[in-house]
Write a protein that binds this ligand. Structure first.
Ligand SMILES: Nc1ncnc2c1ncn2[C@@H]1O[C@H](COP(=O)(O)OP(=O)(O)OP(=O)(O)O)[C@@H](O)[C@H]1O
Ligand SMILES: [Mg+2]
Length: 379
């Protein structure tokens, strides 16, 4: 049925899909979500379905009435969706962009070839090749799985040939691993870029991302860094996004080196945990600009409307089913704390279950309020 309002199909039903869909709804863009498993976050939406998303007979009816199809993750079956896409519909980011990103080896090589600064790396098919590469790069080195890794699960930092030999069999796929020089960075930064199909783009402020146990714990915006370093980070991020011809919201993870140099760690071709602060913090959130960009609509301002925003993740603390609202009322009591609970039906220690954002004038105070609210929520 023809509708006055566009429809977007989201491949994925986790928190990123949920938050994209929420922004779409606000502009009367109808979201549909398809997930291979019964994902809790998508459940509030009427048009959320569970199905084998690699099956053309599932994908075809799903995309049939979509104006645009998008993905919540680089591993969603974009090629399969492209094969059954109606002629007048679009798919962003393009399968070509996704295939440059979803394999970390391909991605690093492509960024390096495009002249983007990245840590030194070698793609190693065997443990012997990795030992040789580590010898050249110098220990420690970071071993990275090419595909399917997230939240640091597919990485290992090794500081000797013995440690490398030991880590190899548990991590390596048939085509081996990416071996990277360890970057002795001062800080981890990230920059979100929203880009329309024609290339028009907006760049978000540089964020400082604080990792704990290889996972993002908190994000502070703007990062308390030199103006020149911030300008460089934004330039490098834009260059990386252009190198993969990204469309939609693309997040660029960066390392700030002691000499002020900026290295690209990796790209995420979608809204990203380090951009969640933008929902309350910016005039236009990363999710809204993602929806606008894939529809080829004018982009909104990415500027902060208060001097500081801090986001703190709410991680799972137990195994099993999350308790209903443990600590929620205490979190909601914290002044100005925006509480997001993703609705995942099961919890694991360290799993991302929600986040809190606080805004204000003074960094330390904003940070304190965000931490207080996030730690009150016991899931
Ligand atoms: N070359 C490196 N030198 C030093 N630290 C690194 C390097 N590569 C990765 N790290 C550290 O490991 C973390 C996770 O690495 P990476 O981003 O490659 O993994 P991931 O599993 O894709 O993570 P995520 O899902 O959190 O983005 C980085 O945020 C950084 O803290
Ligand atoms: Mg990463």
């Amino acid at each position: 049925m023809e509708s006055a309002f566009p429809s977007i199909g989201i491949l994925g039903g986790g928190q990123l899909g949920k938050m994209m869909a929420a922004e779409a709804v606000r502009m009367s863009v109808s979201p549909k979500l398809l997930s291979p498993k019964d994902a809790g976050p998508m459940r509030p939406y009427a048009e959320a379905q569970v199905g084998d998303w690699t099956d053309p007979d599932v994908l075809r009816p799903f995309v049939a009435d979509c104006d645009v199809v998008t993905v919540e993750s680089e591993w969603a079956p974009a090629e399969a969706a492209a094969d059954v896409l109606p002629d007048d519909a679009a798919l962003w980011p393009s399968p070509a962009t996704l295939s440059l990103i979803k394999d970390k080896g391909v991605q690093k090589q492509h960024l390096a070839d495009a002249g983007c600064p990245v840590p030194s790396f070698v793609r190693c098919p065997t443990a012997d090749a990795a030992l040789e590469a580590a010898d050249t790069l110098g220990y420690p080195v970071v071993l990275k799985q090419y595909r399917g890794a997230y939240d640091g699960y597919g990485n290992a930092t090794v500081d000797s040939p013995d440690a490398l030999r030991e880590a190899w069999p548990g991590l390596a796929a048939e085509d081996g691993l990416l071996v990277e020089a360890f970057a002795n960075f001062d800080r981890e930064l990230a920059v979100q870029v929203a880009r329309r199909p024609g290339g028009e783009q907006v760049v978000y402020p540089v964020v400082y991302t604080e990792q704990r146990n290889h996972r993002c714990h908190a994000v502070e915006v703007p990062a308390a860094i030199d103006d020149a370093v911030a300008a460089r980070a934004r330039r490098v991020a834009q260059k990386a996004v252009e190198a993969v011809e990204g469309v939609g919201l693309i997040a660029v993870e960066l390392f700030e080196m002691p000499d002020g140099e900026i290295l690209v760690n990796e790209l995420a071709p979608r809204p990203h945990n380090t951009g969640h602060y933008s929902i309350e913090g910016c005039y236009t959130s990363q999710f809204e600009n993602h929806v606008r960009a894939i529809l080829d609509w004018p982009l909104g301002s990415p500027a902060l409307h208060q001097p500081v925003a801090v986001m703190v993740n709410v991680l799972g603390r137990r195994e099993g089913t999350p308790p209903r609202t443990a600590g929620l009322s205490r979190a909601l009591d914290v002044e100005g704390a925006a509480v997001h609970v993703y609705g995942k039906p099961d919890v694991r220690p360290g799993r991302k279950m929600g986040h809190v954002t606080a805004l204000g004038e003074r960094r330390a105070n904003v940070r304190k309020r965000a931490e207080m609210a996030a730690s009150a929520i016991e899931l």
